[in-house]
Write a new protein. Structure first.
Length: 483
């Protein structure tokens, strides 16, 4: 018997340089402190404490979720494991602050992570399993209990509204330095719909005064709990027109370039990153905002979307400051100057190629060049963070589709439409009208208004798609690359 005591790291650390350096400093402090302590063993993959259940700290910080042990009268007397937990937690707190979540079952406090994830993380850095692995029954119990701890779920239940599935994927919680945010409570595979939410209010872009007046009127018509949800949202622009400040800080556009913005109780809590792991989209058919995972998200990772995708580091910082009132310190923006510069160069290339592809004259007179620009753009996107650039893929492939179909090439057009469709499903889901549109073009490219519009020089039947080619040869055919 006995009770579990320990601390969790929430959100978990990223692989970014800032987190890596902090974790390195933390491990140094731990090593220094326990020099000569025979119970503390520094291995190639982890630092292990030979006390209690032998809690350990991985050398790679992004793998770390929990440091804990079962405490019994006997283990305390024999090994002093509780002392180790308290000391290591104090050292971790000085570097990671509120990201360190202490818990003690004795006081009905439970960790953030389910044991199944903790055990998997430990397995990834420890060769030997901890001797006392909690049974599955315990795991379920822990999770249920964890959800009822007000300290770990400080947000009123309204913010986790939606389907049960939504509630299980993330938790809304305070994030050090970023107000509130959404943290994954399970591993979320790429393409998963994390959230689907109806706006509390939609507002047309206008002067602060008229936005404020409009929202005040709208709020009066909402039920009390909805009003509270609106009023609980952060405002980076306090002042005379407070409601306009809330809208400016939180609104998500209802469609690309739309002057209408939606305010949502949960989606508006998702923080920005220049290399996001999720994508937000306004679904015109269902009148909902959807959030989809654009890469696999690990349990404990914060969920991010991008408020500003385009531009260099400097441009993004400026736009985020002016439009949303904060300075970005995401994983990319915390990189050293040379890495930021490299990303800036790639993003400038992306913009240049994007403009080139969009030129209708080139598309008409030299489609080969336009298609090559699409291919070049794809190569650059491959070098940027996959989760961050996948939202650009549907359009890139759609451009390649248009170039092909306008010159009568149904075979390639249907392949490009298929790729556009697949990336759109990841970012927006099957029920998005844009996904459905491109799906029908994939089935019949001749439905597009520009079919054969520029020439028939590339004429091919849809069935002319070559079979039995390896991926490399197929790509050469697809992009019309000379051998
Ligand atoms: Zn950033």
């Amino acid at each position: 018997m006995g009770t579990d005591v320990g601390f969790d790291m929430v959100p978990r650390l990223s692989q970014g340089i800032e987190d890596r350096m902090k974790w390195g400093r933390f491990l140094e402090v731990v090593k220094q402190y326990y020099v000569g302590d025979g119970q503390v063993e520094v291995g190639p993959r982890a630092i292990r404490f030979k006390a209690g259940e032998w809690p350990s700290l991985p050398i790679e910080g992004q793998k770390f979720l929990r440091f804990s042990s079962k405490i019994t009268g006997r283990t305390v007397a024999e090994t002093g494991v509780e002392k180790y937990i308290q000391e290591v937690m104090a050292m971790a707190k000085t570097l990671f602050g509120d990201q360190i979540r202490p818990w003690n079952e004795l006081y009905d406090e439970f960790g953030f992570y389910r044991w199944i994830f903790v055990n998997a993380s430990i397995k990834s850095y420890e060769l030997v399993r901890t001797p006392l692995e909690p049974p599955c029954r315990m795991d379920c119990l822990m999770f249920l209990k964890a959800v009822s701890i007000p300290e770990l779920i400080p947000i009123s239940s309204v913010t986790t509204q939606g389907t049960d599935r939504d509630t299980n994927l993330y938790e809304v919680m305070p994030i050090p330095g970023r107000g509130r945010g959404l943290v994954a409570t399970v591993d979320i595979p790429k393409g998963t719909r994390i959230l689907c939410e109806k706006p509390l209010i939609t507002v047309k872009n206008s002067t602060p005064q008229s936005v404020h007046r409009f929202v005040a009127e709208k709020l009066k018509l909402l039920p009390k709990d909805k009003q509270r949800e609106f009023l609980s949202l952060h405002n980076n622009f306090p002042g005379q027109y407070a409601f306009a400040g809330v809208v400016r800080t939180n609104a998500l556009p209802c469609g690309p370039g739309s002057s209408i913005g939606g305010i949502y109780p949960t989606a508006c809590l998702i923080n920005h990153s220049c290399i996001p792991n999720a994508h937000n989209n306004w679904n015109e058919a269902t009148q909902h905002e959807t959030i989809h995972a654009t890469r696999d998200i690990l349990v404990g990772e914060e969920i991010f979307i991008s408020y500003v995708i385009e531009g260099s580091w400097q441009t993004r910082q400026q736009r985020l400051r002016n439009s949303f009132g904060f300075q970005c310190s995401c994983e990319l923006c915390s990189e050293p100057p040379h890495a930021i510069q490299a990303s800036d160069n790639r993003r400038a290339d992306i913009q240049r190629l994007d403009e080139m592809i969009g030129d209708p004259i080139a598309m008409m007179s030299s489609p080969q060049k336009s298609l090559a620009a699409c291919h070049d753009l794809l190569q650059i996107l491959d070098k940027e963070d996959a989760g961050a650039v996948i939202a650009l893929l549907p359009r890139l492939y759609y451009d390649a589709f248009q170039i092909s179909v306008a010159h009568g090439d149904q075979a390639r057009a249907s392949v490009f439409a298929e790729r556009s469709y697949m990336s759109r499903v990841v970012c927006e889901g099957e029920d998005s009208p844009a996904t459905q549109r491109v799906k029908s073009l994939m089935q019949d490219p001749t439905k597009h208004s520009t079919f054969n519009a520029y020439s028939t020089r590339w004429r091919s039947a849809k069935t002319a798609r070559p079979r039995n080619l390896d991926a490399g040869s197929f790509d050469k055919w697809l992009w019309r690359l000379s051998a």
